[in-house]
Ligand binder design. Structure first.
Ligand SMILES: [Zn+2]
Ligand SMILES: [Zn+2]
Length: 346
């Protein structure tokens, strides 16, 4: 437990360092990511796909994985994270990209926030941002790069080619994109092994260039293969880190803050309780907005757009809680403290 937290914290420090040195290189990373994902897709469908067993089953599965990967990448780059100074978003338009929501039960209010009997959703406490002067509800943070307040701010992400904040409205797409990237890279790693061995000449003693009946040159395939092994591992760790946070009802920022609160509470012989943590299963259901009161489960496999369960101004909490336990008023960390501890990058 301690060990995994330590590893995650090291990883986080590394990510922040990466954020800084690449702050200005955002658009470059988007182009780079599109080229690499594109090359990976071409390699897979040109070299590996024709040799797969049961093409009637494996074919549609591969197409589904690829379309999820591309669509969630497109969403996470183009769907704004949700800024506090925007008017609340209206009901989603009836287009093919949006998932159909389950019909409301009798007496259920569905406008804006999804209120249900079993779920305790309370209005968020509001404070004023010292940097942009906006009223910011709980879980909102001021992004130093966007210079705006972001609802349920997770992090600003230039590194993985997203080039914007990850917050309330695109965090689901962000995690889904990572998950499908891991699935795609792992699939390429496993199913591409015989081809890469062949391309390396390990499968046959005398390898002839003419024995490579694909459009993609062997050298390009070998490089994409190596890259996808590395990506499967690296993004796999990142994805696990984010899912760990989701399961504990924490964003990336909150995971760090809660560590501080936990230590403070412990020094007083109290226990810190995160009031957003409703248990692993329910936290996951709320984050992906599926299950009992959300969207149907198939939205995890078909790349639809989906609204979050809340408008970012109210939050589901543990029963009987209106705030976290173990942290007293005035002790909460703010974005100003964050700046104090970690000065802005030049
Ligand atoms: Zn602000
Ligand atoms: Zn930002």
């Amino acid at each position: 437990m301690m060990c995994s937290r330590f590893v995650f914290r090291c990883f986080k420090a590394l990510e922040r360092f990466g954020d800084r040195i690449t702050g200005a290189a955002g658009p470059f990373f988007v182009a780079f990511a599109i080229i690499l994902i594109g090359l990976g897709t071409v390699c897979f469908f040109d070299v590996i796909m024709p040799s797969l067993m049961w093409p009637l089953i494996s074919g549609p599965i591969c197409v589904l994985i690829a379309s999820n990967l591309w669509m969630h990448y497109y969403y996470v780059v183009t769907v704004p994270p949700g800024f506090v100074d925007e008017p609340p978003r209206e009901a989603p338009p009836k287009t093919i990209l949006w998932a159909e929501k389950r019909a409301p039960r009798r007496g259920e209010i569905t406008a804006g926030v999804r209120w249900t009997e079993e779920l305790v959703i309370t209005r968020a406490a509001v404070t004023k941002c010292r940097k942009c002067g906006q009223q910011k509800p709980e879980r909102t943070h001021h992004c130093r790069i966007c210079k705006r307040c972001v609802l349920k701010y997770d992090h600003h992400c230039p590194v993985s080619g997203v080039n914007q904040c990850v917050g309330l409205h695109n965090e689901r797409h962000f995690v889904m994109f990572m998950a499908y990237l891991v699935i795609a890279c792992a699939s390429l790693t496993v199913t591409g092994l015989p081809h890469v061995l062949y391309a390396l000449g390990a499968a046959g003693a005398a390898f002839d260039v003419h024995d490579w009946p694909h459009h993609v040159p062997q050298i390009a395939f070998i490089m994409i293969y190596i890259l996808s092994v590395v990506m499967a591992l690296a993004v796999g760790v990142m994805c696990m880190y984010h899912l760990w946070g989701v399961m504990h009802g924490e964003t990336t920022v909150e995971a760090q803050d809660h560590d501080v609160y936990r230590r403070m509470a412990k020094s007083r012989n109290e226990t810190f309780v995160n009031s957003y943590d409703l248990g692993k299963r329910r936290n996951l259901a709320l984050f992906f907005n599926v299950g009992e009161n959300g969207y149907p489960l198939y939205t995890l496999f078909i790349p639809f757009r989906i609204n979050p369960y809340t408008d970012g101004r109210s939050w589901a909490r543990r029963e009987g809680y209106v705030a976290h336990r173990g942290v007293r008023q005035g002790e909460e960390l703010t974005d100003d403290d964050d700046d104090g501890a970690e000065p802005e990058a030049a």
